[in-house]
Design a protein around this ligand. Structure first.
Ligand code: FPP
Length: 229
């Protein structure tokens, strides 16, 4: 009997790790690593569109990242603002829908306003969904979802799943972490239950569309059994 072709990945998530190490290796300030990281974000989003992904979720700022020095937090915020200002039109025109997971309303009002406008500008797009995790922590997301589910009725995996920030997205197929670190760092813990995982030995600023294509090829070769045989 011939084996069925594996279904292509619909939803890929990335823990973009290694900006600091990229800069350190070159004796450059960390902010330059983050700057190059934004360029990798641009390549990843373009790649996701070209490869026909329905959704790409990027871990940009975790609930734990507030503990970084004020200057680094502020650099990351500035980079995000600059990214929206410089790239929104290209992505909006290409059919990308921007979505945020996490409680981004904790950010400064100017960031919140920019993000809200970007969401509104792309809300009717039906191409790739770009979900950016901002002030996101998976345990926090699950606790919020469970609280909402409990207010509506019995708590089951389905009722919790329906309240997660990712509820309107396809199931997570592939979770990638760059830089060689092998942990989830409080990212999409629930959604990763049956996702394939790929830990890539590339620092995030060096990540290209070709890396994404290779990751999808690796995914396509894996056999997913969801606990069955
Ligand atoms: C991890 O590298 C990266 C981050 C904490 C931030 C990721 C943010 C960006 C790529 C830029 C902004 C995002 C968007 C969507 C425009 P690290 O600093 O922890 O690296 P290290 O582990 O090597 O120190």
């Amino acid at each position: 009997m011939t084996k069925a072709e594996p279904a292509p990945a619909r939803h890929v998530a990335i823990i973009m790790d290694g900006n600091g190490r990229w800069a350190k290796k070159r004796h450059l300030p960390r902010v330059l690593g983050h700057q190059r990281g934004v360029e990798a974000v641009r390549r990843a989003v373009r790649g996701a569109r070209e490869l026909g992904l329905e959704a790409l979720t990027l871990y940009a700022f975790s609930t734990e990242n507030w503990s970084r020095p004020d200057e680094e937090v502020s650099d990351l915020m500035s980079l995000m603002k600059r990214f929206i200002l410089s790239d929104l039109e290209e992505f909006a025109a290409a059919g990308v829908r921007l979505k945020i997971i996490g409680d981004y309303r904790a950010f400064k009002p100017d960031v919140v306003e920019l993000v809200d406008n970007a969401i509104a500008r792309t809300q009717d797009n039906i191409g790739t969904t770009l979900a950016v995790a901002l002030n996101y922590g998976s345990r926090d997301e699950i606790a919020r979802a469970a609280t909402k589910a409990a207010q509506k009725g019995p708590i089951t995996p389905e009722t919790i799943g329906a309240e997660l920030d990712t509820a309107d997205m396809p199931p997570l197929d592939l979770l990638i972490r760059t830089s060689g670190e092998v942990r989830l760092s409080n990212f999409l813990l629930w959604q990763a239950a049956y996702a394939e995982m790929l830990f890539m030995d590339v620092l995030w600023p060096d990540f290209t569309a070709e890396h994404l294509r290779e990751a999808l090829e690796t995914f396509a070769m894996r056999e997913r059994r969801y606990g069955g045989r």
